[in-house]
Design a protein around this ligand. Structure first.
Ligand SMILES: *[C@@H]1O[C@H](CO)[C@@H](O)[C@H](O)[C@H]1NC(C)=O
Ligand SMILES: *[C@@H]1O[C@H](CO)[C@@H](O)[C@H](O)[C@H]1NC(C)=O
Ligand SMILES: *[C@@H]1O[C@H](CO)[C@@H](O)[C@H](O)[C@H]1NC(C)=O
Ligand SMILES: *[C@@H]1O[C@H](CO)[C@@H](O)[C@H](O)[C@H]1NC(C)=O
Ligand SMILES: CC(=O)N[C@H]1CO[C@H](CO)[C@@H](O)[C@@H]1O
Length: 168
């Protein structure tokens, strides 16, 4: 066979060998129209080797269950990381609230140094510690970066104002 003929033959059979393209997937997805968007259905299933290799609807269904299980397991992992990270943040914020309450007592008694010390030791950096934890964490989600920033600004402001009193 001449090289040109080989190339023409390769081009002719290429579509049938296109990665993931399967008439079973196409027929399955066509049967689900219009409730399941056809392109989404073909796209998701064609990307999966087991679904692409399936020779009947049962095989496609088994692969669809597997694809879903893998995705659900990954979502569950993200939720678990987030729960751990948020539990640490809850601890930070609980301590902050306690040290702010202590500072209020110190402040009322005129112990400005103590109030200032307590806030800088246990409150000031905490919102950003939480934010960094979520930013660098495994969940890769930060559900309240805005609140952390706002509370960080507030606690710094309060600390700075109290420092005005202690520097006198
Ligand atoms: C399946 O459908 C897609 C378009 O949705 C098409 O490109 C592809 O050639 C079809 N595959 C088969 C084997 O029918
Ligand atoms: C589904 O997953 C199971 C367990 O991982 C595996 O044994 C099976 O071959 C998979 N089936 C398909 C169709 O992907
Ligand atoms: C306030 O601070 C001073 C000096 O650091 C310390 O001696 C004192 O025990 C503190 N008082 C309270 C109520 O924490
Ligand atoms: C910071 O918080 C810890 C734990 O609640 C407490 O033991 C410590 O006295 C606090 N430090 C200051 C300076 O208030
Ligand atoms: C997580 C948290 O404590 N968020 C608070 C931070 O501060 C804002 C106001 O600036 C509150 O609305 C949030 O509840």
């Amino acid at each position: 066979m001449k090289p040109i003929a080989i190339i023409l033959l390769a081009v002719a059979i290429a579509p049938a060998l296109a990665v993931g393209s399967s008439s079973v997937i196409n027929a399955t997805c066509a049967a689900l129209k219009p409730l399941q968007p056809y392109d989404y259905c073909v796209g998701v299933l064609s990307a999966d080797p087991a679904a692409a290799a399936a020779t009947d609807v049962r095989g496609v269904a088994a692969a669809a269950v597997n694809i879903t299980a893998v995705k659900v397991a990954s979502t569950l992992r993200v939720i678990s990381y987030l729960v751990d990270e948020l539990t640490t943040c809850r601890g930070y914020y609980t301590n902050m609230l306690q040290s702010l309450a202590d500072a209020r007592v110190d402040f009322g008694a005129g112990r400005f140094e103590n109030a200032s010390f307590g806030i800088s030791a246990n409150a000031s950096a905490r919102p950003m510690d939480c934010d960094i934890l979520l930013f660098e964490g495994n969940a890769h989600k930060d559900p309240f970066t805005k609140e952390n920033g706002e509370n960080d600004s507030l606690v710094r402001l309060a600390g700075a104002i109290i420092d005005l009193l202690t520097s006198k």
